[in-house]
Every structure is written in structure tokens, then in C-alpha cells.
Unconditional design. Structure first.
Length: 157
């Protein structure tokens, strides 16, 4: 009997010329850049909040969260609205991305485990590395990108 490979769809997006992906089932929608209301005394990666049909949604700058250089906003800059699970509770967040690419399908056999690169680099939020069109795609475990403490600080807004 042939081995079963679970195929999953991922939304790919770009941060600083690197391609990342998130499970499409966790993506609620993609927004063109709305105006973001700044919130005082939040972590630097927290850009502020947006009003999404009457709901307050915290917006996280993934570049800053991943210790990349902050980038100027372009016509392609967008917010990926995702659902994150924290302690059994579902939280809606906006993730700032340089641009969104496409939805791709990958089987579990196409995805390798995240590399372990010393102890100073955190890779627990990378579910794995996939290969698509000859390029590596870092597949994020969106629930592990933010610690419970960080989510508690932004969800309390």
C-alpha cells in the first residue's frame, strides 16, 4: 500500500526577499494597507490596531518580529489577517507582509524539518522548509510565532 501524504495549501508571502508561508486554513483575509492606529507602550513589532468591520485587530510587523530591517511601505505591502490559537482561545491578528504571492499546495513529503542553527537562533516557530519553484519556503507555525506573553500583551488592547 502506498504511503499517504497529507497535502496542505499554504499562502506564500515575502519579507525582505525571503518567502514565507502560512497554512491557508488559518488565513481569514488579505487587506490592502488600511490606516493603523498606533498604541502606546506596546512591543516594537506591534504596529498598532486596525478596525476590521467593527472589531479591533492588532497588527504585527513580522519583519520586526523576526529581527529584520524595517521596510518602507509599498503598493504591495498588505496585512494578512490570521487566526492564532493561544491557550485554547482563538485570537485574530493582522500580520504585515511586504507582499503576498500565491496559494501553493505541498505534500508533507516535500517539507523538511526546520534546521537547527545553534542555540541563539529561535526556529521553533518554523514548521518546516518546503521547496517551490526552486526556492526555499519557510513554513510558519503561526501559533508559535508569538509567545503567550506577547499575545497576552497585544490581545489585551
Amino acid at each position: 500500500m502506498a504511503e499517504e501524504f497529507e497535502s496542505t495549501q499554504y499562502l506564500t508571502f515575502v519579507l525582505d526577499a525571503e518567502v514565507f508561508a502560512v497554512d491557508v486554513s488559518r488565513v481569514r483575509e488579505i487587506l490592502e494597507m488600511p490606516s493603523i492606529t498606533k498604541v502606546p507602550q506596546v512591543p516594537t513589532f506591534m504596529r498598532g490596531v486596525i478596525n476590521l468591520r467593527g472589531c479591533v485587530v492588532p497588527v504585527i510587523d513580522l519583519r520586526l518580529k523576526f529581527n529584520m530591517q524595517e521596510a518602507a511601505q509599498t503598493v504591495n505591502t498588505c496585512i494578512i489577517v490570521v487566526e492564532v490559537n493561544m491557550d485554547g482561545e482563538s485570537i485574530v491578528l493582522g500580520a504585515l507582509a511586504d507582499s503576498v504571492q500565491e496559494v501553493i499546495e505541498m505534500e508533507s513529503g516535500q517539507i523538511e524539518a526546520a534546521p537547527h542553527i545553534g542555540s541563539h537562533l529561535k526556529t521553533e516557530f518554523i514548521r518546516g522548509m518546503g521547496k517551490h519553484d526552486g526556492r526555499f519556503v519557510m513554513i510558519l507555525d503561526i501559533d508559535k510565532v508569538f509567545s503567550s506573553d506577547e499575545l497576552a500583551s497585544v490581545s489585551g488592547i
